[in-house]
Design a protein around this ligand. Structure first.
Ligand code: BTN
Length: 325
């Protein structure tokens, strides 16, 4: 099928939002004959789209294949700013790397970089992030907030809230957040967030927020060393999910929280974050690069740091650590 017609057809279905579209309407909208419409519908079926055809009503899309591309993300995206420019590639080393160079080139705020696969995905604390093809969301978002440099960790917490809200909106799952930015389901990690900064001492140029979301992996798809600690939305729900739709929902949630953050500050975001946090009011061990701190997590401060009260009643501020609950 010609790419232009395919895009027009998918756009028509996306605008119909799950309602039926008659063959006549489709042929007028995309500018081809009814027979050509039928052929295009068959092509979409071959590509994995589940299309329902009902006499007198027409066609509607029941399920899309889990494919991500520029088009799949763009069609149906309801944001004003987030994801309005999309850089999609099948395979990259790391979306963070590409986003950094795009940010240096001055791309507009809200630009996203998405890949189907990363060959050198990066996690926190210089770890690798396993990013195989066809299963996850490997995405970096570029934003340019006019905020003090020391408050940028708040954006990581904001992103975690946006992703939890999006997962809750689309699936029956109720994920938790483990400080600082791991999203967990049934004690296993389903999402990781890596925030990187381009800034001078007193000015933020750009913030690059990388999100790795395990969507459609089966347990055996993970390397053995991850099978006990990682999970995916498919593993937890028993069914596969459309990654493009999840990306659209995350971008919309992020945009709304980001605008709340810019107008009202961190307070409302902090309250939301705390409502999802599993690490608060519990005894935990924080393993930092400088050593181990044990105590009760009593909250987070405005830097996004975790506050731990030790048994000597001393309050320790933790900026980066692995948390053991
Ligand atoms: C973590 O260690 O928990 C953070 C993982 C972040 C992974 C994402 S995947 C998209 C983006 N590109 C990368 O190389 N890393 C981030």
């Amino acid at each position: 099928m010609q790419t232009g017609l395919r895009t027009k057809l998918l756009k028509a279905f996306s605008t119909a939002d799950g309602e039926f579209l008659s063959g006549q309407k489709i042929s007028e909208t995309i500018g081809c004959s009814r027979t050509a419409v039928w052929k295009h519908i068959e092509e979409l079926r071959k590509e994995g789209y589940e299309l329902e055809a009902v006499r007198r009503l027409g066609y509607r899309i029941k399920k899309k294949p889990d494919k991500i591309s520029n088009n799949e993300i763009h069609l149906g995206l309801k944001t004003q700013m987030m994801g309005r420019t999309i850089h999609f590639e099948e395979t990259v080393t790391s979306t963070q790397k590409i986003a950094q160079s795009l940010a240096n080139d001055g791309v507009q705020e809200g630009t996203i970089v998405v890949a189907d696969q990363q060959t050198n995905g990066r996690g926190r604390m210089s770890r690798a992030w396993y990013s195989p093809s066809g299963t996850g969301i490997w995405m970096s978002m570029i934003i340019r907030p006019n905020i003090p440099v020391n408050t940028t960790p708040q954006l990581t917490l904001l992103t975690a809230v946006a992703i939890v809200q999006a997962i809750e909106e689309l699936t029956p799952l109720k994920p938790d957040i483990k400080w600082p930015n791991d999203i967990m389901i049934n004690g296993k990690k389903v999402v990781g967030i890596l925030t990187e900064l381009q800034a001078e001492a007193d000015q933020v140029h750009s913030v690059i927020i990388g999100t790795g979301i395990n969507v459609n992996q089966k347990i055996e798809d993970f390397p053995e060393d991850l099978q006990n600690i990682a999970t995916s939305i498919l593993i937890e729900t028993g069914t596969s999910w459309e990654r493009a739709q999840l990306i659209q929902t995350i971008l919309l949630r992020f945009e709304s929280l980001y605008s709340l953050f810019l107008s009202k500050g961190f307070k409302p975001i902090k309250l939301l974050w705390e409502s999802y946090a599993i690490s608060l009011n519990k005894v935990l061990i924080a393993r930092t690069l400088k050593g181990t701190v044990e105590g009760i997590a009593i909250g987070i401060d405005d830097d996004g740091a975790l506050l731990i009260e030790t048994c000597e009643k001393k309050i320790e501020k933790i900026y980066s650590a692995d948390i053991e609950l």
